[in-house]
Ligand binder design. Structure first.
Ligand SMILES: [Zn+2]
Length: 318
C-alpha cells in the first residue's frame, strides 16, 4: 500500500530523473553536496565529517519505530534531488527505503548506490541461526540492525561517510580527514564517561520491548534476559507476556526498556506484573538540533537512572 502511494507521488512530481547521471562525480569545488539520511544520527555524523561541503536533510524525526517510518511527499522530493543517500542498512530501513529510492528515480543514487554504513559491522549480534519458514515475520533477518546505539557507531559510520565523500570530492580529502579526526577526538572524550557508567551497569539484567537496545546493553555488560515481543516485529501475546513476567520475578529483573514508539501501556503493565519498572529511552538522535554524542550521553544517563545510579560530577565536555 505504501509503495503504491509512493509511486503515485512519483507520478505527481514527474517521471523523469531529476538529477542527471551523465558525470561519474560531482563537479569539483561546486555547491555543497546534497545528502539525505534515513536517521538523524547519520545526518549529524555526515555534518561532522562533511562540514561546509555538505547540506544534509533527514527523513526520520527521532521518535519513530525505525522499521516503519512514515514517508511524506517532501521525502520523495529531497531524495530525488540528492547527490548521496545514507542509511544504516542491515535491513533496518528495509520496510520503507527501497520504495522511496525506487520512486525517487534518482539516477545518481541508482548508479552509485546508497551508502549503507552498516555493511561490514564487525559486532553483529542476534543473527538468526535458521532460515525460518515464516521469514518476513522476523524484521531482523540479517541480525540486530540497531547499531546506532553502540559506542563504536560514531567512528564506524564516520569513516564510511568520509570514504564516500572523498570519492565524491577527492580535492577535499584532506578536509574530510581533518573533520573526522576532530570528531573522533570528541567521541573519545565522551567514551571515557560511558566507560565509567559501564562499570556501574555491568551485570545488571533487563528485558526489552523490542530488541533495539541490545548493542547499548551489550557494550555496558547488561544481561538481556528477554523481550516482550516474542520475535522482533511480532506484538506481545498474553501467553508470552505471562512467561516473561514470571521469568523476570524468578531472575530478579527490575527494568523493562522500551522506545518512545512502543504501543500503549504494554511495557508498563508487564512491569507491574513483574514487580519492575518500565523505562523509556530514545532509540535515535533527535532530528532538530540533536547530536549523536548527546543521544548516547542521554542513553547512558537513562540506564544509570533506571537503577538510581549516578556518576560523580564532571567537567563539561562538548
Ligand atoms: Zn528492530
Amino acid at each position: 500500500m505504501l509503495t503504491r502511494r509512493i509511486l503515485l507521488l512519483a507520478t505527481l512530481i514527474g517521471a523523469t530523473p531529476l538529477v542527471s547521471g551523465a558525470s561519474a562525480l560531482p563537479v569539483d569545488g561546486g555547491d555543497p553536496l546534497n545528502v539525505v539520511t534515513t536517521i538523524p544520527d547519520l545526518a549529524d555524523i555526515v555534518r561532522e565529517v562533511g562540514g561546509d561541503e555538505v547540506k544534509v536533510r533527514c527523513v526520520a524525526k527521532g521518535r519513530e519505530n525505525l522499521h516503519s517510518v512514515r514517508l511524506r511527499p517532501s521525502h520523495l522530493v529531497m531524495t530525488a534531488r540528492a547527490d548521496l543517500f545514507v542509511q544504516v542498512g542491515l535491513a533496518l530501513e528495509h520496510g520503507w527505503v527501497p520504495g522511496l529510492l525506487e520512486s525517487a528515480r534518482n539516477s545518481k543514487i541508482m548508479r552509485d548506490g546508497p551508502l549503507n554504513v552498516g555493511t561490514g559491522w564487525p559486532k553483529l549480534v542476534e543473527i538468526p541461526v535458521t532460515l525460518d519458514r515464516r521469514a518476513g515475520v522476523d524484521i531482523h533477518p540479517l541480525g540486530n540492525p540497531h547499531i546506532n546505539m553502540h559506542p563504536d557507531f560514531g567512528s564506524f559510520a564516520g569513516r564510511k561517510i568520509r570514504d564516500r565523500l572523498k570519492a565524491m570530492r577527492p580535492e577535499q580529502a584532506g578536509k574530510f580527514d581533518k573533520n573526522l579526526a576532530a570528531y573522533e577526538k570528541r567521541i573519545a572524550a565522551h567514551r571515557k564517561r560511558w566507560a565509567e557508567a559501564a562499570k556501574l551497569l555491568k551485570g545488571r539484567k533487563v528485558v526489552q520491548y523490542h530488541k533495539e537496545f541490545s548493542y547499548l546493553c551489550g557494550a555496558n555488560g547488561i544481561l538481556m534476559v528477554g523481550a516482550l515481543e516474542p520475535q522482533p516485529g511480532v506484538p506481545p501475546t498474553p501467553g508470552h507476556l505471562a512467561q516473561i513476567t514470571k521469568g523476570m520475578r524468578e531472575l530478579g529483573v527490575t527494568v523493562i526498556l522500551h522506545g518512545p514508539w512502543t504501543p500503549g501501556r504494554v511495557a508498563e503493565d508487564a512491569a507491574k506484573r513483574a514487580g519492575a519498572k518500565a523505562v523509556e529511552l530514545p532509540v535515535m538522535t533527535q532530528r532538530d538540533g540533536g547530536t549523536w554524542l548527546g543521544f548516547m550521553d542521554r542513553l547512558h544517563e537513562g540506564l544509570l537512572g533506571a537503577w538510581d545510579l549516578e556518576l560523580e560530577e564532571r567537567e563539561d565536555q562538548d
